[in-house]
Design a protein around this ligand. Sequence first.
Ligand SMILES: [Zn+2]
Length: 311
Amino acid sequence: MISFHDRGGVFRWPAGYRAAAAFTFDLDAESAILAEAPEAAARLSVMSHQAYGPRTGVPRLLRILERRGVRATFFVPGYSAERHPEAVRSIRDAGHEIAHHGYLHEPVTRLDPAGEERVLVQGLEALERVAGVRPIGWRGPNWEMSEATAGILARHGFRYDSSLMDADRPYLLAAGTEVGSPTIVELPIHWGLDDWEQYVYLPGLSGSGLIESPAKVYELWSLELDALAAEGGVFILTNHPFASGRASRAAALERLIEHAQAVEGLWVASLAEIAAHVETLGLEAVHHERPVLPGTGPVAPGTDGGEIPVE
Ligand SMILES: [Zn+2]
């Protein structure tokens, strides 16, 4: 599979594998709702809907992962760690990877770079205090990233991000524009491989009221898994314990994991394991250039006698 990311280096999966799959869980719990609607803190039913994740979903999902022998990646906002420490410690004790997902699930595009760094550190401190872990992976709340994010992550020792959508395979992301800028690994995701769109309905807060059948969701995800495996890509599924931890959805997820494990040459791994492999490939880093809006961009010399604007 050739893509526009194939500049320099050759992408290879580890020996014996032709594609990869990762099962990831975002332990948003109350944080994703409170970041958008702080007044929902006083709505017990809404808060209980979110608390289902750490209280009931996580134990069920951990049982499934143990049965299937899969090491998963859990992205945990610092606030979730502080509010549900036992759930986070149970994830750690089961041997899964714990990664960073903001403090109160703040989309970084609402922050300036100093604010981004502040919530990053707040999240790191919470995960350290509650579970004694130092994550190497980050996923943007709402999958948002700013132009400053990769540089801030690299400065704090992060080795990968999982928030961008322009590839089927991992790639190296430049954390600056200068030659020799640090890089992190990008592990791409997509809204089609997220359970929120399929399952979540909170009146007045999220969702349209349409709650999909796990049978349909299994079909959606297994089709993408099979196609990405055939193309040598990476299948990264994003589930939320408050959504996919519910009984029939968790059962469908277990079926999907079994299906993935039966695909020949498919490497089922945590995101940290995949990132560590990508770091060995010597790929050329991709820099995401901001689109220039018509009428606001650089002017070619000589076209109007003016100067080239400097950014
Ligand atoms: Zn989230």
